[in-house]
Design a binder for this molecule. Structure first.
Ligand SMILES: [Mg+2]
Length: 412
């Protein structure tokens, strides 16, 4: 068998997605997600100009060798653009291997280690009342674990909080589809870490009082704190028994987590912007985190993320794969197959794509009783309707930027 055709498909049904579609001489089709939110077209060019010519004629069964060929062969290693491109190839090759074998990908990875994947959704609100409504709505949708994000008094707009800004007042507005709104320039938001640190513990106290001690609660710090601020927040949140505190400090400085760890037993999750096992190496070995947030789409594919998670398993560190709506249905399917197969699955982020996205990408996964399952169709279980995809051309969109009150650019 050889790879006959490699197409890069860009579509923007609810937001932008980049998909690699490989076709073999035997007619098998494999899909891979190459979406890099806000920098999508850089990956399109990388794939079209530098990867597709290398793939034509190759044996699609040689997944490990193709991965090494693209990673080592380029000389310039790592980085989000490179690794998203390699990830798409890796996913597409696993998809083809599954279809050729007549098996879902999770069977090729060792078979199911559980009946389904516990998934968490995103509840948010500018006020506690809005937040409670959002938590209730998620419980009604079947979620059994919920991320809590809240507005902060004095701050106008914060990423991760629904129904604000231009759409304030509309409770159904989903911030997650296009957080920056489509447009030529990103939206700017404001930030005050001290105000946030004063406000958040009281919100978690209110949520625990309202919804009880059993519901797993998560929170994302979006890289906004210094190490000592993160240590303080982790300590202040201990009474509310968080499932995890995510991205408490900017992830580039891994030593920061040593300081955080010395002060709190709140579990830590990190790594959604990491690209390779090398980004995780020290924080796994030193047991500075509890959950690996890497996404199949941004970590170079199923092959290297499985290796990273197997390494993490040696230290009882579990998976918590990144799963916002900018991971396409193909990337989500890859995460589900991997999560079902590995022993050290922890939880899967799951935000639910919009109707148009689900029409472009037909999917075999199931969502019931708070659990995801990738389904049993051969391969990844996703098909791409090219005609439907063609209705939605690329539309420039950015994540928001974040500034302090005095105008200083800040992490988010
Ligand atoms: Mg996050």
């Amino acid at each position: 068998m050889r790879i006959d055709k490699a197409e890069v498909i860009v579509t923007s049904p609810d937001r932008n997605f980049v998909t690699l579609r490989l076709t073999t001489d035997e007619g098998h089709v494999g899909l891979g997600d190459a979406t890099l939110n806000g920098r999508e077209l850089a990956v399109v060019a990388y794939l079209k100009e530098h990867v597709v010519p290398l793939l034509l004629g190759r044996d699609p069964a040689a997944i490990e060798d193709t991965w090494q060929y693209l990673y080592r062969g380029a000389y310039w290693r790592r980085g989000p653009v490179t690794m998203a491109a390699i990830a798409a190839v890796d996913m597409a090759l696993w998809d083809i291997k599954g279809k050729a074998a007549g098996m879902p990908v999770y069977q090729l990875l060792g078979g199911a280690s559980r009946r389904g994947l516990l998934a968490y959704g995103h509840a948010s609100g500018k006020t506690t009342d809005e937040l409670f409504d959002s938590v209730r709505s998620h419980l009604e949708q079947g979620y059994r674990a919920i991320r809590i994000q809240t507005g902060v008094p004095g701050l106008k707009a914060i990423y991760g909080i629904a129904s604000q800004g231009a759409d304030a007042g509309d409770a159904d507005v989903r911030y997650d589809h296009e957080p920056a709104r489509r447009g030529a320039l990103p939206m700017e938001e404001d930030w005050d870490t001290r105000a946030y640190l004063r406000h958040l513990p009281g919100v978690f106290e209110a949520v625990r009082n309202e919804f009880g001690p059993e519901l797993p609660l998560l929170h994302d710090g979006h890289h906004r704190m210094t190490p000592i601020q993160a240590a303080k927040l982790g300590k202040d949140l201990e009474p509310y028994d968080l499932f995890w505190l995510e991205d408490c400090t900017p992830a580039e400085n891994q030593e920061a987590l040593r300081l955080v760890r010395q002060h709190t037993t709140t579990p830590l999750a990190i790594g959604e912007i990491f690209n390779t096992v090398w980004d995780f190496k020290d924080i796994i070995r030193e047991q500075l985190i509890d959950y690996v947030r890497g996404a199949v789409t941004h970590m170079g594919g199923i092959t290297p993320l499985k290796k990273t998670l197997d390494y993490a398993a040696m230290y009882q560190i579990k998976s918590g794969m990144h799963g916002p709506t900018d991971i396409s249905p193909v990337g989500m399917a890859a995460a589900m197959h991997l999560g079902l197969a590995i022993h050290n699955f922890g939880i899967q982020e799951y935000m639910q794509h919009g109707t148009r996205t689900n029409e472009v990408f037909q999917q075999s996964f199931t969502w019931a009783d708070g659990m995801l399952h990738p389904g049993d169709e051969p391969g990844l279980g996703v098909t791409l309707d090219v005609d439907e995809a063609g209705k939605y051309p690329y539309a420039q969109a950015y994540l928001p930027y974040n500034r302090l009150h005095d105008g200083t650019m800040h992490d988010w």
